[in-house]
Design a protein around this ligand. Structure first.
Ligand code: SF4
Length: 246
């Protein structure tokens, strides 16, 4: 894909520097989790150089609430693919007001990428990976320019390739934190209750994980947290978390 939509490859020093840095952070903070890890990174190690990337999906409110309690001015990047449920956009606005977040950056695919490769907005019908690349991977990579680290809400409990997730990673020349890596679905449910957080409007309709409208379906009650995404297809990740160069 890179042959027609270029992404700048980090140089070797950037890649190895991030790997070394991740080892140091592991030694210092490998025992920390959730809010304790977030606080150290937001207030000390990466102050002003770190962003939270949030889907404002089914579980997102918990991590957003933790970040807002530490620093509501933390940059939050939200990828509006142009294919999201309108419920998600409404939920984003509700949470932004409720949590007092002051720097939520809603980013979108570049018009020239879509004009060149998805002019009918139907690319998802025959090339899911390229559609995700144009609508998610490229916009996020551009939005992360200038940040040295970012935060995700991924959890081992989601299964699949997330099963071995670490709280601190080096990826493509940046540090990535997964402060809820060890959390279970029960932890998430408890946190929603204890913090009095509103659920995504589609939660009650049976959606376990909520992405784009063409690629998301309700899941059975006992299904895993990622069920209902790209049903009938081997794909289980959109690609924003996949390393490209490291
Ligand atoms: S989830 Fe589906 S519609 Fe959304 S970017 Fe990926 S392939 Fe396209």
């Amino acid at each position: 894909m890179n042959e027609f939509v270029e992404l700048k490859r980090p140089d070797a020093a950037q890649l190895s520097g991030a790997a070394t840095r991740a080892e140091v952070l592991h030694e210092r903070y490998g025992e920390l989790e959730d809010e304790a890890l977030l606080r150290v990174m937001l207030e000390w190690e990466y102050q002003g150089r770190i962003a939270l990337v949030s889907s404002f999906g089914a579980e997102a409110a918990v991590l957003l609430d933790m970040v807002a309690r530490i620093d509501p001015a933390t940059p939050v990047i939200f990828i509006d693919t142009g294919k999201l449920f309108h419920h998600t956009l409404t939920y984003r606005d509700i949470l932004v007001r409720r949590l007092g977040l002051t720097d939520v950056r809603s980013i979108a695919p570049a018009p020239f990428d879509l004009a060149g490769h998805d002019p009918d907005a139907a690319l998802w019908q025959n090339n899911l990976n390229l559609c995700c690349y144009l609508r998610k991977v490229l916009p996020l990579e551009r939005a992360l320019a200038g940040f040295d680290a970012w935060i995700t809400g991924r959890k081992r409990d989601h299964g699949g390739e997330r099963g071995g997730l670490q709280t601190i990673e080096a990826v493509d020349g940046r540090i990535r934190f997964n402060p809820l890596a060890h959390w279970s679905q029960g932890n998430i449910d408890d946190a929603f209750r204890e913090r009095g957080l509103p659920r995504h409007p589609l939660n009650d309709a049976g959606y376990a994980s909520i992405g784009c409208t063409p690629c998301t379906e309700p899941a059975k009650a006992d299904a895993d947290a990622r069920a209902g995404r790209w049903r009938g297809n081997a794909k289980s990740e959109c690609g924003i978390h996949h390393p490209r160069w490291s």
